[in-house]
Design a binder for this molecule. Structure first.
Ligand code: FE
Length: 392
């Protein structure tokens, strides 16, 4: 049995925050991050609109990037005290992800964090509250997905939580909020969205419900990301929708080893953090070359290339697709290799077997179209480090 789950309502367009005036409910806990939503006036607008709807509000502010288990527990405790029937989260991926996890502990205080680590094993939510998400970045698509990433800093582990119970009820995809993204973040989150759609399209779990969403998202990213990067309003708007379509696809078809590798290398090196979207952008063309050795995956990349108007036989189409991704990376000043990103060669060699093993163990590996051994993963990382062709 396959399942396809999305929010019941997705409101989109400029000024869509106004639909909050018509929300029916009694109390809303508003969960927000570090201050940009307040600075740009969007938080005030959300609170005013909820007030106009006759809904009492309480704020939970200051969710940090890569939210912690502690923040989740603090937010859940605040919710238990306030007893909201709506949870409204606004901002980048972090406050929305944190609010999703708070929701679980609000409804089930006796649950332990460890209980949630097994994917698709959550208790039934919506006994106490419904969930509304308003994204301000154009990448993670957490406003429509069944995922939340929470970090246990004591153990030094990032937990990707997954369950359709935490797919929001309502998403408000208002491109005015995406205007706040700086240029670099626009490029990274846009390439993250391209990776979501591409991995979902070739995933082992892809299907007739996810395919059209993934393909449309891929074509929109290629069409609009360069102008969105330049700050063009229309392109920013279309990218905000494209990332959401990609999210609908990958929430149901899952991802692949680009994400496995990005998850396990983001914080692995002493030379500094590799931002998620940047890591995905670097790894994607190499993983496409690796996966394309699988005949079914080759067929899928061929379909993507056809849609993009790339000509040639199937193998040369795959290479041209990779070249196109590299040309976008060049345009956004995203390096082609981990070496040029600035990762130290000795440290890379020293950590190669550990990051390879960790990446294989990541939750995203299972849906990748081609299986991978530790030796193959080490080879793939080595190709990415030096920029050598993937040929095995
Ligand atoms: Fe991602």
């Amino acid at each position: 049995m396959a399942r396809f789950t999305l929010p019941r309502d997705i409101y989109y367009g400029r000024g869509t925050l106004d639909v909050l005036k018509e929300l029916s409910g009694k109390k809303a806990m508003v969960v927000v991050g570090g201050g940009s939503m307040r600075r740009f006036g969007f938080l005030t607008k959300v609170l005013e609109n909820l007030k106009a709807a006759g809904i009492e509000t309480r704020l939970f502010e200051g969710v940090e990037p890569d939210p912690s288990v502690e923040t989740v527990m603090k937010g859940a405790a605040a919710m238990r005290e306030f007893e909201p029937d709506w949870i409204v989260s606004i901002g980048g991926g972090s406050p929305i992800d944190a609010a999703k996890a708070m929701w679980v502990f609000y409804e089930y205080p006796e649950t332990k964090f460890e209980d949630l680590i097994t994917p698709f094993s959550f208790p039934t939510l919506r006994k106490k509250a419904h969930f509304l998400a308003i994204p301000s970045t154009s990448g993670t698509a957490t406003e429509v997905t069944a995922f939340s990433v929470i970090t246990d800093y004591q153990k030094g582990i990032k937990y990707p939580l997954a369950d359709f119970n935490i797919t929001p009820d309502v998403a408000i995809v208002d491109p005015d909020l995406a205007e706040t993204m700086p240029q670099k973040l626009t490029a990274y989150t846009g390439m993250d969205a391209l990776t979501h759609a591409t991995e979902a399209y070739v995933s082992k779990l892809h299907g007739p419900f996810t395919d059209p969403l993934a393909l449309k998202a891929i074509s929109m990213v290629f069409k609009y990301l360069p102008d969105s990067y330049k700050g063009d309003h229309e392109a920013r708007e279309q990218m905000h929708y494209a990332q959401c379509l990609a999210g609908m696809a990958f929430s149901n078809a899952l991802l692949g080893i680009v994400h496995s590798m990005a998850h396990k290398t983001g914080a692995a090196f002493s030379t500094g953090h590799i931002p998620h979207g940047c890591a995905n952008a670097i790894y994607l063309p190499y993983v496409i070359q690796y996966n394309a050795k699988d005949p079914e995956a080759l067929e899928r990349y061929h379909e993507i290339a056809d849609m993009l108007g790339i000509e040639g036989d199937k193998k040369s189409q795959v290479f041209s697709l990779c070249e196109r991704i590299w040309s976008y990376n060049d345009h956004f000043s995203i390096p082609r290799t981990l070496k040029s990103f600035g990762i130290d060669e000795d440290e890379f060699k020293q950590k190669l077997s550990k990051i390879s093993e960790d990446a294989i163990g990541d939750a995203c590996t299972g849906s990748n179209p081609r299986s991978i051994t530790p030796k193959e993963m080490e080879h793939l990382f080595t190709c990415i480090y030096y920029g050598t062709p993937v040929d095995f």
